[in-house]
Design a protein around this ligand. Structure first.
Ligand SMILES: [Zn+2]
Length: 390
């Protein structure tokens, strides 16, 4: 109880959290954390970014949830400095963090972990097309390039000494770590905690281990705690103190205990996924992530390794009946009357529309999407192509 009070007091003191729904505001916020260090706090728990300004160039840490956020983030950077962006550090290989790099890199260098560089070297054609077209004014510059042409990669640690600032990039080694990087500013004692940092939002952990595992995230969190950060920028959610890492450790331990208890009662995997609730974190949003967290933990505790998911491509034409979260989640009523839920990502190639934020109910669309075998796609089917015809 005393701990909860302390957490609430600190959250109030730094202006984090605050809303009754324990979520970030409905507009992104650009907040100064220290001299020359800023956080771009995504709206409604969208992805955060961090900015370090030096006399020798700006370092962007992640790039905003949507193309609109990337432009907004850059406008904020321009409001505090005219120095160009020199490096973009990608803390995790997901489009809500990496998708905006194409706006500034090249000439900026994109720094990724070597595992991410390997993944980028085997991107599928539609993903490379989506990367080139994400920002129309960049398409010509990127036409002959591949994402790997823009990157510098490293394995364990890399320190940028830039304009008198030290910026340490840390990778905590583990076979299940997909290439997450924490960014540590030792002088300011500020940490961007990458995928291991979540606040007020259930983490997006998946049974194919593409976002890591609870086991390796705990390993990261414990390593980051030894740095004793004064301030933590999570991947999603409000900025907090070092306690934010402890809260996430409690979250993951509780999640693992809860799945283990259900396994001890011989519950089937579907029953475990259905009953996994995390009631102690009942005010966190994105409850749609819960079944996959449970499925991932079940695999981890059984020692099963990542789930190999095979997909089948399908096509659909119909009318958009709902578009939520900036067009990330669509429901499309097909010509046969059946409703299909689509997840529109940074890898989706658009025709007839600039990006997903412009999708509206009533639009007539055709889509190419992937149906996975053997799992319930809680977030909808991943969309490869979306063409708006009317
Ligand atoms: Zn994210």
């Amino acid at each position: 109880m005393r701990r909860t009070v302390a957490i609430l007091a600190l959250a109030a003191a730094i202006g984090a959290g605050g809303s009754a729904h324990a979520i970030t505001g409905d507009r992104p916020e650009f907040r100064k954390l220290a001299e020359d260090v800023y956080a771009y706090i995504g709206k409604l728990n969208d992805a955060n970014a961090m900015v370090v300004v030096t006399t020798e160039g700006v370092v962007l840490v992640d790039t905003g949830n949507n193309v609109t956020d990337t432009r907004d983030l850059l406008a904020h950077v321009r409001s505090v400095t005219s120095v160009p962006v020199r490096y973009v550090v990608i803390t995790q290989n997901h489009n809500d963090h990496s998708g905006g790099a194409a706006l500034v890199s090249p000439p900026a260098t994109t720094i990724v972990h070597e595992r991410v560089a390997t993944q980028w070297a085997s991107l599928r054609p539609h993903q490379i097309t989506a990367w080139r077209r994400r920002f129309p004014e960049r398409t010509a510059a990127l036409e002959r390039l591949n994402p790997t042409d823009t990157v510098q990669s490293f394995s364990d640690r890399l320190t940028l000494h830039l304009g008198g600032k030290d910026i340490q990039l840390i990778h905590v080694d583990d076979p299940d770590n997909p290439g997450d990087i924490a960014v540590w500013l030792p002088k300011e004692r500020i940490l961007h905690a990458s995928m291991a940092g979540y606040k007020d939002r259930h983490p997006d952990i998946r049974p194919d281990y593409s976002h890591g595992t609870t086991g390796e995230l705990l390993k990261q969190l414990k390593a980051y705690l030894t740095l004793r950060p004064a301030m933590v920028v999570p991947a999603h959610g409000p900025v907090g103190g070092g306690w934010l890492l402890e809260t996430m450790i409690e979250y993951l331990l509780l999640a693992r205990d809860s799945v283990q208890e259900m396994m001890a009662k011989d519950l089937s995997p579907p029953a475990i996924e259905a009953q996994f609730q995390m009631k102690q974190f009942g005010d966190w949003d994105r409850t749609e992530h819960l079944p996959w967290i449970a499925a991932t933990i079940h695999r981890e505790l059984r020692g099963l390794g990542p789930q190999v998911i095979t997909v089948t491509e399908r096509r659909l034409s119909g009318v958009v009946s709902s578009a939520v979260q900036d067009g990330r989640f669509l429901t499309v009523a097909g010509s046969d009357g059946a409703a299909v839920r689509l997840r529109v990502t940074g890898d989706t190639v658009f025709q007839g529309i600039a990006d997903r934020t412009a999708v509206r109910p009533g639009m007539t669309v055709s889509a190419v999407y992937e149906v996975p075998e053997g799992i319930v796609p809680a977030l909808g089917y991943d969309t490869l192509e979306l063409t708006v015809t009317r």
